[in-house]
Ligand binder design. Structure first.
Ligand SMILES: Nc1ncnc2c1ncn2[C@@H]1O[C@H](COP(=O)(O)OP(=O)(O)OP(=O)(O)O)[C@@H](O)[C@H]1O
Ligand SMILES: [Mg+2]
Length: 253
């Protein structure tokens, strides 16, 4: 087994020393193997987004260590980690630059992890590639390559965010309810695309969702967080047996 992500004794306390002190994550130990596609569940406030923020470096843990492909990232900045870790958020406004076109955004995404500056030279060269890359995508993104991203629909923008996150293969893909703001059909299309890309590219991925059906349907592994602790972690055959009733039991306090 090839471990991609290794979280060791991760704890996060906010407002330490005040009467609002709160332990958000409590001694999390978690290893993800190459190609693990995890659906992450838990009630509001369970600590799911905080866990992803600790992994992507937008938040530093109070204790513990983070390794990605055996590299110790614990003290690395979010910018440094962006070279290896890609994320799509719930809010379609995040992750894309509104005053640039779809094609310009895609060009930036291909340069992820390099010192960018803002040079967009060579865009024409890439247009044919982008036309191909977007030809199979839902939501008509293919006809919008020269549209400013600020003028896209939420569904188009999320599809673009997803493509930007995966156009250059990341070591780890983090999805924080990335289809929650979309209508049911658009959400379904983006989930199907997600599943296809994660499997075809053999990506290692954590996808947060509140949809029990989706958590059961997608991925090879399901993890449930409750009050900052992992209360269920099932994989393979055990995951296939998991029912909505099983999951709901773990949601109880
Ligand atoms: N910087 C912070 N200061 C204080 N409390 C925080 C901070 N960040 C998160 N919290 C609290 O930590 C808890 C976990 O938040 P988190 O956003 O990780 O939950 P979640 O599982 O993603 O929930 P949701 O399903 O609602 O998105 C919440 O009670 C939240 O209010
Ligand atoms: Mg959240």
């Amino acid at each position: 087994m090839n471990t991609i992500l290794d979280l060791q004794n991760i704890s996060t306390t906010v407002n330490a020393g005040t009467n609002e002190e709160k332990k958000i994550l409590k001694n999390i130990n978690l290893k993800l193997e190459d190609g693990d596609f995890v659906t992450l569940l838990g009630t509001n406030g369970a600590g799911k987004s905080t866990l992803l923020n600790i992994i992507n470096g937008s938040l530093f843990p109070t204790t513990g260590k983070i390794f990605l492909k055996k590299r110790n990232l614990t003290n690395d900045s979010e910018v440094k980690r962006a070279k290896y870790i890609a994320q799509v958020f719930q809010d379609p406004k995040m992750g894309t630059a509104p005053r640039m076109t779809v094609a310009e955004n895609l060009l930036l995404a291909t340069k992820r992890g390099h010192h960018r500056g803002l040079h967009l030279r060579g865009l024409d060269k890439h247009l044919d590639d982008f036309k191909k890359e977007t030809s199979q995508l839902p939501n008509g993104l293919n006809e919008r390559l020269n549209t400013f991203v600020g003028n896209l629909s939420g569904g188009q923008r999320q599809t673009l965010s997803f493509l930007m996150a995966t156009i250059k293969r990341p070591d780890l893909l983090l999805l924080d309810e990335h289809t929650a703001a979309l209508d049911p059909n658009t959400s379904r299309e983006l989930l199907e695309l997600t599943d296809k890309v994660v499997r075809e590219e053999h990506l290692t991925c954590i996808m947060i969702t509140h949809q029990l059906k989706d958590a059961i349907k997608y991925g090879n592994r399901t993890i449930i967080l409750n009050s900052g602790e992992i209360v269920l972690d099932v994989k393979g055959k055990d995951k296939k047996k998991l029912t909505e009733e099983d999951i709901l039991q773990y949601f109880a306090d």
